[in-house]
Design a protein around this ligand. Structure first.
Ligand SMILES: Cc1cc2nc3c(=O)[nH]c(=O)nc-3n(C[C@H](O)[C@H](O)[C@H](O)COP(=O)(O)OP(=O)(O)OC[C@H]3O[C@@H](n4cnc5c(N)ncnc54)[C@H](O)[C@@H]3O)c2cc1C
Length: 299
């Protein structure tokens, strides 16, 4: 991140939350489930799929995790009720991974079970490295009972290629992304091109081994490389999909859709939008311009 953008994000962090929401709202559907339903319906009308996510992470009480689980049930209910083309993404720490691993496992199992009843799918997001092993353990245990669950892996982690070589044999369904958390250098590649090369190497291996992959990136270079691999391997369209975040690079989203690939948008919603939105602002290479524009378009 360049120093001006870094300064801008630090400045945004000292503003009151109501002000930050002016910049954050581009990246979140809104505070209510109805907001997410509306956004998913708009996407579906363009032939774009969605994954819904209720925001919130690293909770401090089990009751908060139960609240998150209830929101997940509600999402599954509305997807069924309104016949939405959507699944649900979950964050293990919002379901108690940071409090009690067994409790978290049970919470996630209940969600996957309910999704199974609805013939739907649950994607387990990947958080920072203190949770990597326990997230994989939960995935493995749940997969012993259910097949409608997949996980996220992060190309910036040095361990990921070795992880997926093992997981591929079990037919795991993946989302592959670069990774967003700040990790130490002995655990994560830091160079932009290094991360990209690892992404391509991992994707190549996953697709060669026949695993379903959600290719989650807005990086032009990686999208071109993914197109190349898909073509080389003559992959049918139901063996992969592209994934992007709500509010990011819509022109690329529309191009991929127009090219006839499956594409799914991550639609976050909920009252706890702050941490997520700050991460998005940090990733926006034009954050200074974006914030200036948002201020001047205020009515
Ligand atoms: C569907 C989905 C789910 C994800 N789930 C996880 C997860 O479970 N765990 C995890 O660690 N990470 C997750 N991520 C985040 C991911 O790891 C990256 O941090 C994020 O996608 C940015 O990486 P990039 O590949 O788009 O490359 P970048 O190099 O960051 O971005 C490429 C280009 O996209 C544009 N761009 C990117 N972000 C923004 C933005 N916020 N605003 C405006 N333009 C932008 C810019 O033009 C930029 O040059 C997810 C990402 C997606 C798309």
């Amino acid at each position: 991140m360049n120093p001006i953008n870094k300064f801008i994000v630090q400045f945004v962090k000292i503003l009151p939350q109501q002000v930050v929401y002016i910049f954050a709202k581009k990246y979140v559907a809104g505070p209510k489930l109805e907001d997410a339903i509306r956004v998913v319906q708009e996407l579906n009308s363009k032939g774009i799929m969605a994954t819904m996510d209720v925001l919130g992470e690293s909770i401090t009480k089990k009751s908060e995790a139960e609240e998150t689980k209830k929101h997940c049930f509600d999402m599954l209910d509305v997807i069924k009720k309104y016949n939405l083309d959507a699944n649900v993404s979950i964050k293990p720490t919002s379901l108690g991974l940071n409090l009690d691993k067994e409790f978290c496992y049970n919470q996630i199992e209940e969600i996957v079970k309910k999704a199974k009843e609805y013939n739907n799918f649950i994607r387990i997001d990947m958080e920072d490295t203190p949770y990597t092993d326990s997230t994989f353990n939960i995935l493995k245990r749940i997969r012993e009972k259910y097949d409608n669950v997949g996980v996220v892996v992060q190309a910036y982690l040095r361990r990921t290629y070795d992880d997926i070589v093992k997981l591929n044999k079990e037919g795991v369904n993946y989302r592959l992304c670069k990774g967003i958390y700040v990790e130490p250098e002995h655990l994560a590649y830091k160079g932009r091109q290094e991360v990209r090369e690892n992404f391509v190497k991992i994707l190549d291996q996953m697709l060669s081994d026949g695993n379903y992959v959600g290719i989650a990136t807005h990086d032009d270079y990686l999208i071109k490389e993914s197109y190349r691999l898909i073509e080389e391997k003559k992959l049918p369209k139901d063996k992969y999909e592209f994934q992007m975040l709500y509010g990011v690079t819509e022109h690329l989203r529309d191009k991929i859709n127009a090219d006839g690939h499956r594409i799914r948008i991550y639609v976050p919603w909920g009252e706890h939008w702050y941490a997520y939105s700050i991460r998005r602002l940090q990733e926006n290479p034009q954050v200074a311009w974006y914030i200036t524009k948002s201020i001047f378009s205020l009515k």
